[in-house]
Design a protein around this ligand. Structure first.
Ligand SMILES: NC(=O)c1ccc[n+]([C@@H]2O[C@H](COP(=O)([O-])OP(=O)(O)OC[C@H]3O[C@@H](n4cnc5c(N)ncnc54)[C@H](O)[C@@H]3O)[C@@H](O)[C@H]2O)c1
Length: 336
């Protein structure tokens, strides 16, 4: 119904996606929709800053909608990559207009709003996918498949590291929901995905940079998890690792252990030294994952395929992030 004849290329019916929010993350999606995705393609953009929207529309060769409603009209599925505070309202508006929604994490900074958003989307009967990109990265997905097939035996230990090279813009930080909701939430989702439900969270945090302390936030944290199946987990996170962007995991089991590290496209060996390049940010580290999550979204729009990362998954990870925040503030362990 939506210009399907125009979107059919080499026998593949591509799904026209509208992107709301054309900042740091929105641009990652725009680049993927234009260059990497096989099923999803860019149909239209919208941003609260009309000058930014117009510039991005010209750059990517698509129309800029004047309103969010116009964006919804012009597409088959909506990507919400706006500042976190607007996710819930835009997601509900798109769903009630009958459009499936891909929403960046988190759905909201408020739990009640997160729940009412999920319920509104469920009532509208459209798919909702939350932006936990690691679930779509080929290496992480392959590890998950073998873990879920039981190749590790009983999982005993889970570890993840997520470290940014440099902190984001201070303007972003003030509306981010804080360290655990913005950063650790990715690892908490991965913990549930790879190992299972978490029953206890203990978190400690520190602000090595006074700018974070001034915001009442932290830039370094460690979380200890206890899983329902008896396994233990540890997550370490930093906003400014300085050497590069790191995102890695290790899951240990009674029969095997799996590690997912950054790929090494090239390694130089010189006397007494091996060196290889490190990714600088999430975009450089995960080009395939960010494209694959949008293609998965497009398949759920086009074919009704089940969403691999639902609003309920977003809520569960958000609840763990809130527990981590409470643990850090209170100095206690939080039972889930
Ligand atoms: N999945 C990931 O790996 C990942 C990484 C970074 C950011 N994010 C998420 O992406 C979202 C955006 O983050 P960012 O770093 O791109 O922020 P950003 O500040 O760079 O960009 C946000 C954009 O949204 C626009 N905007 C704000 N409110 C709007 C509204 N109501 N309607 C239309 N446009 C609006 C702003 O004008 C801006 O262009 C955040 O929720 C963040 O948590 C996810």
């Amino acid at each position: 119904m939506f210009f399907a004849h125009e979107r059919r290329r080499r026998g593949v019916r591509r799904v026209g996606v509208g992107v709301a929010g054309t900042g740091r993350m929105g641009r990652v999606h725009l680049a993927n929709l234009t260059r990497r995705c096989a099923v999803a393609e860019l149909a239209c953009v919208f941003d609260a800053d009309p000058d930014r929207a117009a510039a991005v529309a010209a750059e990517f060769g698509v129309p800029a909608a004047k309103t969010f409603d116009e964006l919804v009209e012009r597409c088959e599925g909506v990507v919400v990559a706006t500042s976190t505070g607007s996710h819930a309202e835009l997601t509900v508006a798109a769903a009630q207009a009958g459009r499936p929604v891909f929403c960046e994490k988190p759905l909201s900074l408020d739990r009640a709003t997160t729940v009412s958003t999920i319920e509104a989307v469920e009532a509208a009967g459209v798919p909702l996918q939350v932006g936990f990109h690691r679930r779509f990265d080929p290496d992480w997905a392959a590890a998950a498949e073998r873990i879920h097939a039981g190749e590790l035996g009983e999982v005993t230990l889970f570890r993840t590291s997520l470290r940014d090279m440099t902190p984001p813009d201070p303007n972003f930080l003030s509306g981010s929901g804080g360290f655990f909701v913005d950063v650790t939430v990715h690892d908490l989702d991965v913990a549930r995905w790879l190992v299972g439900e978490v029953v206890e969270v203990t978190a400690r945090g520190a602000a090595s940079d006074p700018a974070f302390a001034a915001l009442g936030d932290i830039d370094t944290a460690v979380c200890v998890l206890r899983f329902a199946n008896g396994a233990l987990g540890v997550i370490d996170n930093s906003r400014s690792a300085r050497y590069g962007y790191e995102c890695s995991t290790e899951v240990m089991g009674t029969r095997a252990t799996v590690r997912v590290e950054a790929p090494r496209p090239v390694e130089w060996r010189t006397p007494g030294l091996a060196s290889y390049p490190l990714a600088r940010d999430f975009e450089e580290r995960y080009p395939a994952a960010y494209a694959a999550e949008l293609d998965a979204f497009a398949r759920s729009v086009r074919d009704g395929a089940a969403t691999r990362c639902t609003g309920r998954d977003g809520l569960a990870a958000f609840d763990l992030a809130l527990a981590a925040t409470e643990s850090w503030r209170s100095g206690t362990s939080i039972a889930i």
